[in-house]
Design a protein around this ligand. Structure first.
Ligand code: URA
Length: 248
C-alpha cells in the first residue's frame, strides 16, 4: 500500500482497494495483503527505492523508481504549461499515477514544436538540466521556409543578438542536411531561451516552419516512440544523464 501510494496510485485508501481487489501483482503473483512491505517480496536491498523490481497493476508493468524520469514524443497541439490556455497540456498524455506524482516537463517546447520532452518529479535533475550553468545541449531538426545558406551557418556559429538580451547567442553546431533537403538543418543550442530557435533562425533572415527536438543532453528521441507516446527512461539512460550533470 505504501509503495503504491508513493508511486502515485492514489490515496492510501485507494491503494488498499487496489490490493484488496486483486489488481496488484508482484513477480507474477497477486498480492492480497496491503500491509505486507515490498521489501519482503523483493529480498534484495532494503529500500524500495533501490529494489530492482516492478509491480503489475491491472496487468500493466510498473517499475519502482524513487524518481520518475520519462521521455515523451510531444505532438503538435499540446502546451508544456501545467495550466494550459489554448491547447491541452502535455500532462494529459501521461497516466494518472505519473500525474499524481507531480511530474513536470524539463524545460518547455512551444505548442507547435514536436519531439523529445523529458518529464520528472526530481526537482534537482530538472533544475540542472534547465540551468544556464549546465548548458545541456539540445539538438533540433528545423524545417525552414527558405533554403538554408552557408552564410546563415556562419552567422549562427558566430552568434546573433536576440531582441530581449544584448548578450549574443551562438549555435553550438549547425548541420545542413543533404542537398536533397535544402530546407532542413540540424541546430544544436546550449541555452533554452523563449522561442530561441525560431528567433535565431529569424535573425538570419529565414523562418521556422517546423521544429522537432531530437536530442537533449545525452538522450536521443526514441525513434520507436510515436507522437504522443511516452516511456520510462531505461536505468542506463538515466544514469548516463545524471552522470553528465554530475548527479548520481
Ligand atoms: N526553440 C523554439 O523556438 N521553440 C521551441 O519549442 C524550442 C526551442
Amino acid at each position: 500500500e505504501d509503495a503504491l501510494h508513493r508511486q502515485g496510485f492514489g490515496s492510501r485508501r485507494e491503494c488498499r482497494g487496489l490490493v484488496f481487489n486483486g489488481r496488484v501483482r508482484v513477480g507474477g503473483v497477486a498480492v492480497d495483503d496491503p500491509e505486507r512491505p515490498l521489501t519482503e517480496l523483493f529480498p534484495i536491498g532494503s529500500e524500495v527505492a533501490r529494489v530492482e523490481g516492478s509491480l503489475e497493476v491491472d496487468g500493466r508493468e510498473w517499475p519502482l523508481r524513487e524518481h520518475a524520469v520519462v521521455m515523451l514524443n510531444k505532438p503538435r497541439g499540446y502546451e508544456c504549461s501545467l495550466k494550459p490556455r489554448h491547447h491541452p497540456s502535455v500532462m494529459s498524455l501521461l497516466p494518472t499515477p505519473l500525474r499524481l506524482r507531480g511530474l513536470q516537463p524539463i524545460g518547455r517546447l512551444d505548442e507547435d514544436t514536436t519531439g523529445l520532452l523529458l518529464l520528472t518529479d526530481d526537482g534537482e535533475l530538472n533544475h540542472r538540466l534547465t540551468s544556464p550553468k549546465w548548458h545541456a545541449p539540445k539538438l533540433y531538426r528545423v524545417q525552414c521556409r527558405h533554403p538554408w545558406t552557408a552564410e546563415a551557418t556562419t552567422k549562427l556559429l558566430a552568434g546573433v543578438v536576440l531582441d530581449d538580451d544584448p548578450q549574443a547567442v551562438q549555435a553550438l553546431a549547425v548541420q545542413p542536411l543533404s542537398e536533397a533537403q535544402p530546407h532542413t538543418v540540424l541546430l544544436t543550442i546550449g541555452e533554452g531561451r523563449y522561442h530561441q530557435v525560431k528567433r535565431m533562425v529569424a535573425a538570419v533572415g529565414n523562418r521556422v516552419d517546423g521544429l522537432q527536438r531530437v536530442r537533449m543532453g545525452t538522450l536521443n528521441l526514441d525513434p520507436g516512440l510515436a507522437a504522443g507516446q511516452w516511456r520510462w527512461l531505461q536505468p542506463e539512460e538515466e544514469s548516463a544523464l545524471r552522470a553528465s550533470l554530475a548527479l548520481d
